[in-house]
Every structure is written in structure tokens, then in C-alpha cells.
Design a protein around this ligand. Structure first.
Ligand SMILES: [Zn+2]
Length: 434
């Protein structure tokens, strides 16, 4: 038995009843949550190893349902330029992105996510093996997909090289406990029908997620209107690739009919409000999606798009922006936002049977938010304190699969100075390019 008792915490369980347990106890056995209850449980498990939560808020680990962590060395570059994807990001990537870049970028991104309480992230990029290697080594749970594009990419001289790489990647990583491999066509407009169907076949063959940017760009909407007289969602549905394994990032420019399709096909949704607002892309109808019981989680998008990789920042933005655009402060109470950040994200990635809430038998992916700092005081409502008072620096302890990875707000066994040095040496080569 490898038991750890977490005591002196106020637990946001995110179980079906959204139970909150004050002065609660969680018992972790190996990688699994064995028991949960009030402080009386301490007697039953007397003599076991104890973590004192110091009256903090214990919540399920947060899930970042959409990012490109390895883009971190590009963060803060060209933030306010128009059409950045085609004029800036793609050329920069073809010049600088290699396996070392991806590995070091992933390490930095993962370090930031761990320190911010993210215990699972979904990522799509190039050299995805390097992201998997970094994730596995650092102990974070990850859903990882190789990007598929209709032009040569940093790890493929051929267009659509991501399909072949992607299938090899899936075979190489599918047995790893913390890694869920996926396939990730970049977007409808950057893939043709044949390759989208191919990617979907791979997703079906291995029963793995297929992740894609959908209905994000205005030119994307125009293209499908002009060529097919359809929306991107209607087009993807017409070629038969929307299903429960499909995870759509963004879904900003969608119609009522698109919402019906998304609902019926049971696709997962990654809602990236920070990146969408900074990129002036628009506000997705996430409130409608949530109210219809769709599988919706929160994402940061890449560090060049949203600039931060933690989900606490996203939660606050989700609340504020949806309330603002709808001019209704009662929309999306904080508990619903935390639902999206945890079990909602797990649903979107089809992982809700094993993660996303603090319940017996689930994986022990847990976060303690400290409540001693001035910005956390006072607390009348734990949900509200996490969504609107907290910032990532309040994340005190992070546990993934039963293993403590962050304690006293510091990474354990990871040399953060080395990570920062490596990122800065990449930055120094990028800066010479300009
Ligand atoms: Zn993205």
C-alpha cells in the first residue's frame, strides 16, 4: 500500500451533485483516489503519510483541452500584427522549429502548466514525439496529436507528412499510461477532403481523439460558403468525420444548424476564450453549448496565441467575457466554469471515466489552491474564489496519478532555471532573424 492522506482541505469534488466538503479528507492509494469524506476519515486511516492542505481548496486537476505548448519560445513575438498565422507563424515555424525546439518548448510549457494546476493537456504540433517525451518525463497527463497540413511542415518535406508520422506516433505511444495519442489535422482549410477522411479513419482504427481547429477564421467561413455553400461544420459533417472522438477547437463562427450537428454527433469542444479574444476572432456560443449538455472544456491555445497556459486565467476570462457580451451577470455561475475547466474538459477528451472529478476510483489528479495569500481572502464561496480571486501563483500543490509534482508552489525534481536558460538560448537565435 502506498497511501497518502490529504487533510485540512476544502474539497470541490465536481462529482454529479457538485458536492463541496469543508475540512475534508482525500485518501490517495498509489495512483488512485481510494476514499473521500469529512475529517472523521482521519481515524480510519491513522498512521498513514499525511499532506496537510493548510485550509486550502482541493480541486480536480485542471484540463487544458487545446494548446501547442512547444510554441513557447515564440511567446510575445508579433502580438499585435494582422494575419499573424500566415504572415508570421508559419514562416517562423519553417525556419526555427526542429526536434530540439519542440522538446525545450514543451518542457517550458509543461512547467508552466504544472505550476498553474493543469494536470492534463491536449496538444497538437510537429515532432510530437518530443512533446510526448517531455510530458512522460515530467509526469503530466497528455493527449497529443501530430499536426497534419497540406504543405511541407517542420518535420516533413512532403505535404500531409503528418498522416504517416501521426500513425507511427500513435503506435509508439499508445501503451504509455500518461499519454493518449491522437491525430490532429490542423484545420479544414489546411487539409483536403481526402486527407481529412484519412485522418478520421486513423482515429476510428485506434479509437483515439481527432483534434482540429474548426470555425475559427473568417476566411474559413468564406471558403466553405463559396466552394460548398456550407459552413465548415456542415462540410465536415457532410464528409462523415464528426463523431464522439472528434475534438473541435474554437467553434466560433457557427450557426444554429451547426450547433445541432455538433450536439448530435457528440463532438468535444475546446473553448479558448483568452486566445480568441486576443486574436479578435469572436466569441463562441459556449454558453449555449454548455446549456445543451455538450462536452465542452477550456483551452489556452498556443502560448503565441493566448500567451498563458494555465486554466485559472481562462476561467476568469470565460466568466467575464460571456457575462459582458450577453450583458447578463447571472450567466455561467463560477461552479459551471470550474465544471468546464475540469470534468467538462475530461468529457471533451472522452476521459471523464478516469479524470476530471474527485471521486473514489478515479485517478488522483489533484490541485490545492492555497488560501493564505491576501488575494484569496476572504472566502464566502469556494467556486468564486477559484474563478475570480485566484491566479496561477496560488497553486500550492499539484498531484498527478498520485505523484506530487508541485509543492509549496515549486516544481519537484525539475530544474526550472535550466528550462528558462534553454528557452532564452532559442530566443537569442530567433532575434537574429529580425
Ligand atoms: Zn490552436
Amino acid at each position: 500500500m502506498d497511501r497518502t492522506i490529504i487533510k485540512n482541505v476544502n474539497i470541490i469534488t465536481m462529482n454529479k451533485e457538485k458536492e463541496v466538503i469543508e475540512n475534508g479528507v482525500v485518501v490517495v492509494n498509489g495512483s488512485i483516489i481510494e476514499d473521500i469524506g469529512k475529517s472523521e476519515l482521519l481515524e480510519k486511516y491513522a498512521g498513514e503519510k499525511v499532506i496537510d492542505g493548510d485550509n486550502g481548496i482541493l480541486m480536480p486537476g485542471m484540463i487544458n483541452t487545446h494548446t501547442h505548448a512547444s510554441m513557447l519560445p515564440f511567446r510575445s513575438l508579433g502580438d499585435d500584427l494582422a494575419d499573424r498565422l500566415k504572415k508570421y507563424i508559419f514562416p517562423l515555424e519553417s525556419k526555427f522549429v526542429d526536434s530540439k525546439f519542440v522538446y525545450e518548448g514543451a518542457r517550458a510549457g509543461i512547467a508552466e502548466m504544472l505550476l498553474g494546476g493543469v494536470t492534463t493537456f491536449a496538444d497538437m504540433y510537429y515532432f510530437e514525439d518530443e512533446v510526448a517525451r517531455a510530458a512522460n518525463k515530467m509526469g503530466i497527463r497528455a493527449v497529443l496529436g501530430e499536426t497534419v497540413l497540406n504543405f511541407p511542415s517542420p518535420d516533413s518535406k512532403e505535404s500531409y507528412g503528418g498522416i504517416e508520422y501521426g500513425e507511427e506516433f500513435i503506435k509508439n505511444w499508445r501503451e504509455e499510461e500518461l499519454i493518449t495519442p491522437a491525430i490532429a489535422p490542423h484545420a479544414p482549410y489546411s487539409n483536403d477532403t481526402e486527407h481529412l477522411v484519412k485522418a478520421h479513419n486513423i482515429s476510428q482504427k485506434y479509437d483515439i481523439p481527432m483534434m482540429m481547429h474548426v470555425a475559427e477564421m473568417d476566411y474559413e467561413t468564406e471558403k466553405y460558403k463559396k466552394e460548398y455553400n456550407m459552413t465548415p461544420v456542415q462540410y465536415l459533417n457532410s464528409i462523415g468525420i464528426l463523431d464522439q472522438n472528434f475534438v473541435a477547437a474554437h467553434l466560433i463562427n457557427i450557426t444554429g444548424e451547426d450547433l445541432e450537428i455538433a450536439c448530435k454527433t457528440k463532438i468535444g469542444i475546446a473553448h479558448n476564450i483568452g486566445a480568441n479574444s486576443k486574436g479578435a476572432k469572436g466569441v463562441s456560443p459556449a454558453v449555449k453549448m454548455y446549456k445543451r449538455g455538450m462536452k465542452i472544456g477550456l483551452g489556452t491555445d498556443g502560448p503565441m496565441s493566448g500567451n498563458t497556459l494555465d486554466i485559472i486565467t481562462q476561467m476568469s476570462l470565460v466568466g467575464k467575457i460571456h457575462k459582458l457580451v450577453n450583458r447578463d451577470r447571472t450567466l455561467l455561475p463560477a461552479s459551471e466554469i470550474i465544471e468546464m475547466a475540469t470534468i467538462g474538459g475530461a468529457r471533451a477528451l472522452n476521459m471523464d471515466k478516469t479524470i476530471g472529478s474527485i471521486e473514489k476510483g478515479k485517478n488522483a489528479d489533484l490541485v490545492i489552491i492555497e488560501t493564505k495569500s491576501i488575494n484569496m481572502q476572504p472566502i464566502y464561496d469556494y467556486y468564486s474564489a477559484v474563478v475570480y480571486s485566484a491566479n496561477p501563483a496560488n497553486v500550492d500543490i499539484v498531484i498527478i496519478n498520485g505523484k506530487v509534482l508541485v509543492k509549496n508552489r515549486k516544481l519537484i525534481g525539475i530544474d526550472i532555471d535550466d528550462i528558462i536558460d534553454k528557452i532564452n538560448s532559442i530566443k537569442n537565435s530567433i532575434i537574429k532573424f529580425f
